[in-house]
Ligand binder design. Sequence first.
Ligand code: PRT
Ligand code: ZN
Length: 299
Amino acid sequence: MDKKRLRIAIQKSGRLSDDSMALLWAAGLSISRSKDGLFYRVENLPVDLLLVRDDDIPRLIGDGIADLGIVGRNVLEEYDEANGGPGTAKSDGKVLYSLGFSKCRLAIAVPEQTGYTSAESLAGLRIATTYPGLLNRFLKAGGIEAEIVAMHGSVEVAPRLGLADAICDLVATGATLEANGLKAVETILECEALLVGTGKPITTEKQQIQDRLLARIDGVLASRETKYIMLNAPLSALPDIRKLLPGSAAPTVIPLEGSADMVAVHAVCRESVFWETLEDLKGAGASAILVVPIEKMMV
Ligand code: PRT
Ligand code: ZN
């Protein structure tokens, strides 16, 4: 392994893998997939990818084996809890970006027929989870005494097996809970994929590569939320239209050939553009409204 090349740990195969690869690809990394399955080499930047289980990513960063990693908040914070809490020497992972994919929540769920009023209802229960650290943090913060049953997987079947009275697991659509006759009663952590860096110093060479990559990732994330709007409008409607353009600073106003009182308006909008916005723009006098995605941006 070349120590001068920046190393990024990503999940080898699972819910984070495709979006992680897509993000790096969108940031311009030309990735050559090796048969090796552990390392992928990036051809156009001094970067190597480490393909690993997501649970190993915080440790790889903490131990300085990887410089960056993409991992769910649940895994990062559970690692921190198991290693002495955030800010300790072992858990030096620094969140650089929230990436907006693999969203879910860590929730406590109980059988549908269980009466539940507040977190105090959990007192004295056995709660099965693969996140004992995060569950313990939640219970401690609320002063709730309950038994944590640590499991390695298939937590949702624990109540039916008689192993536990409640569970603490990740929920996305809620279909798994429903299929197992469970209902979510407390959310203990909102999760999504994070780009994590090491809190420790890295070499100047690596820092330069990292800065370049982060600027590109910044651009990718910003362009995902940004749209380019083009429309025609009577000059008199311009003040109203400017107010309606979501998250845009100064639009470009261009005269329209052959019609003295009509202009074309072009604006970069940094917020979602909904159908309602288009309807409002039309209502204010705009016509020929186009909303175009932005592929790349650097500000
Ligand atoms: O093999 P490796 O250890 O790398 O992968 P893994 O099996 O541990 O993780 P993986 O690929 O399942 O998930 C990776 C990350 O995706 C998680 O750490 C979360 O941050 C995030 N994520 C997003 C999810 C879900 N959504 C999700 N729905 N992780 C797991 N689930 C599971 C959940 O545990 C439950 O069993 O899906 C089920 C619930 O889903 P719904 O849609 O039925 O509610
Ligand atoms: Zn895992």
